[in-house]
Design a protein around this ligand. Structure first.
Ligand code: HPA
Length: 270
């Protein structure tokens, strides 16, 4: 009797749908779905039809796994992600990364919507992540934090390539520190002032678990945030999810261009 191996069932199924070796993995967060146009799409499969794969349940996440690109620039794209606050545990969040790893992914690029904490940031700004902090909910990260303790996580060469492309394309990209919060509700005023005092430039409810999972699998990682809302610290400040999605969606064209060029540059220069 063959041993029951969920990962092989997942990858066999994807293989039957045209998925094959890929060097790059791309996770498209809230509102980033249209950036799938950064790759020439060869196969598109709904998460719901993939055995053992977690399905996206929140707004702004299409929930498709896409295989595309060609040769050294082949890419597996998660068009939409899953979050811990949707009720998944850290192993389920890490599962898509394990699938990518089986297909050979070595370079992981993760995108997300984030609330701006740095007073110089404006809605619609892009930020390349230099470091992250996750002062709250560390336990939810399971053993991933212990295994990646002290790891710089974000690859300098990858981020520098992204910044060079942004200068060539005249698309400004900030660099900053991303804080992770468990969600699903947006932060309280007190949490915002805590995160600011810790030196965070932006806050998100995603990305850090996936980056930790990717690092554990030996992937080189980069993360790009779109500042979807800014926290000024004014009393009564609220965030509207529809505004978050629409602000990111309006930057999708710029982001697609950056991401497509980053993959091409990494594929051809290395
Ligand atoms: N906080 C946390 N996550 C987010 C935010 C925010 O303000 N905006 C978009 N994702």
């Amino acid at each position: 009797m063959p041993r029951h191996d969920p990962l092989s069932e997942t990858t066999d199924f994807l293989g039957s749908q045209g998925f094959s070796t890929a060097r790059f993995g791309l996770i498209l967060g809230t509102g980033f779905g249209a950036c799938v146009q950064a790759v020439e799409q060869k196969s598109v499969v709904s998460y719901r039809s993939i055995p053992h794969f977690p399905a996206s349940t929140v707004k702004g996440h299409e929930g498709n796994l896409v295989y595309g690109g060609r040769g050294d620039a082949s890419v597996i794209v998660m068009q939409g992600r899953v979050h811990l606050y949707e009720g998944y545990d850290i192993r389920q969040i890490a599962y898509p990364l394990e699938v990518m790893h089986r297909f050979g992914v070595e370079v992981l690029i993760v995108t997300n919507a984030a609330g701006g904490l740095n007073p110089r940031y404006e809605a619609g700004d892009l930020m390349a992540v230099r470091h992250h902090i996750h002062p709250i909910g560390r336990k939810q990260m399971g053993d991933l934090t212990a295994e990646t303790d002290g790891d710089p996580c974000y690859d300098d060469a990858l981020r520098e390539s992204l910044l060079k492309i942004s200068i060539q394309r005249k698309l400004p990209v900030q660099q900053g520190i991303l804080a992770w919060m468990p969600g699903p509700s947006f932060e309280t005023r007190a949490e915002i002032s805590l995160l600011k005092s810790l030196g965070a430039d932006a806050v998100t409810m995603s990305t850090v678990p996936e980056v930790l999972a990717g690092r554990r699998l030996g992937m080189r990682t980069a993360a790009l945030s779109c500042i979807s809302n800014v926290w000024t610290g004014r009393k009564g400040e609220t965030v509207d999810t529809d505004d978050v999605v629409s602000t990111v969606e309006s930057s999708a064209g710029r982001c697609s261009d950056l991401l497509a060029r980053l993959v091409r540059r990494m594929a051809h220069r290395e």
